[in-house]
Ligand binder design. Structure first.
Ligand code: 3EB
Length: 343
């Protein structure tokens, strides 16, 4: 059956028999004991601008859920789709020879993910959600986000995945605390990567942004049974490869949404379902400073109408960026192409 995405304020044991996996968003102080048996990514970031202290995001899919715990990955699969989470304590990777602890942990996380996917026969990574403590901190002379990029890229290569072109949609955010955390969706069918003509592809960023470029596409169209999902990666106020509107959070929000609109236009040229529009997506908005949340949300409401939006405080992975926005939507796919049913 189709993949479904829900956001809930309250969740009790046994509430969602067909849960594939999800995320728990909110600050640790408000956190209750986890009450789910499915894989859940703990996103320990303060929720802003709403009444809820914790939100539960759940991917649902049925029938035939199977799952397990494999090399630290908690995963669950339904047919052609698999969701998983992995949390690695960086201290366990301290002293890994030439490479920094975060770099080694990042490589290990992705290496394990690709091994699981290969073993499960769904080799295609569609979307990854990455959270890193102290993302701007220095580790052995390099910003920790750049260490993460080094480890991630090495794992892609080690698992015979391309680091350009066919790469997953993703986000990478800094949090105040916690382990390296990666959640992911993968499938039996390849994702269709989407790039943004207003931006240099992230995997082609010049070396000014680090010795290895980040390994993600601007968006991905994926096709679980009978559906088309669009995952728009974390999107910021970047044009070409440069950060724009330094210090102006309202202008950065507009630029980010202009970028998402451009990504949607590209996706709509390749999609197999109804066109995607700003008002038809569901959003996660990350703001660096809680004080900016209201101003950002005014712009998001102007441009995205009443679309579902969750706003969180997190460190966007370039110091000069104040806001980053990611989005997703699922549509029913058009009937597959056959003779007499032209595209
Ligand atoms: C950017 O466009 C902003 O490293 O996986 C956005 C989405 C960003 C994903 C990642 C980084 C990542 O470069 C940062």
């Amino acid at each position: 059956m189709a993949l479904q995405f829900d956001t809930l304020e309250h969740l009790a044991q046994g509430d969602i028999p067909d849960a594939l996996g999800g995320a728990c968003l909110g600050r640790p102080a408000a956190r209750q004991r986890p009450c789910s048996t499915w894989p859940v990514q703990q996103v320990r970031a303060p929720l802003l601008g709403g009444s809820a202290e914790v939100l539960h995001e759940v991917w649902r899919a049925s029938p035939g859920l199977v799952g397990g715990h494999t090399t630290g990955i908690h995963w669950c699969r339904s047919g052609d789709v698999l969701y998983g989470t992995i949390e690695l304590e960086e201290r366990d990777w301290a002293g890994s020879g030439a490479c920094s602890a975060l770099e080694a942990a990042s490589e290990a996380a992705y290496t394990r993910i690709f091994r699981l996917l290969d073993a499960q026969g769904l080799p295609h990574l569609w979307r990854a959600w990455n959270y890193v403590r102290d993302i701007h901190g220095d580790e052995a002379g390099l910003e920790r986000y750049r260490r993460f990029n080094l480890g991630r890229a090495r794992a892609f290569e080690g698992a015979a995945r391309s680091v350009v072109g066919r790469v997953p949609a993703a986000c990478a955010l800094g949090l105040g605390e916690g382990p390296l955390s990666v959640a992911f969706l993968a499938g039996t069918t390849p994702a269709v990567p989407i790039e943004n003509p207003r931006q240099v592809s992230a995997y082609l960023y010049p070396v000014d942004y680090g010795p290895r470029s980040p390994t993600f596409s601007r968006a991905a169209l994926v096709h679980p049974d009978g559906q088309e999902w669009l995952f728009v990666s974390g999107t910021a106020s970047i044009v070409g490869h440069r950060s724009m509107h330094l210090g102006d959070v309202v202008a950065q929000t507009h630029e980010s949404l202009d970028n998402i609109a451009a990504v949607l236009a590209e996706a709509n040229r390749q999609c197999r379902s109804a066109p995607f529009a700003l008002e038809g997506l569901s959003y996660r908005v990350y703001v660096r400073h809680p004080r900016d949340a209201d101003a950002v949300m005014v712009v998001v409401r102007q441009r995205c109408g009443t679309a579902p939006v969750v706003c969180l405080q997190a460190d966007v992975c370039r110091m000069d960026l104040l806001v980053e926005i990611e989005a997703q939507a699922g549509h029913t796919a058009r009937a597959p192409f056959t003779e007499g049913n032209p595209p």
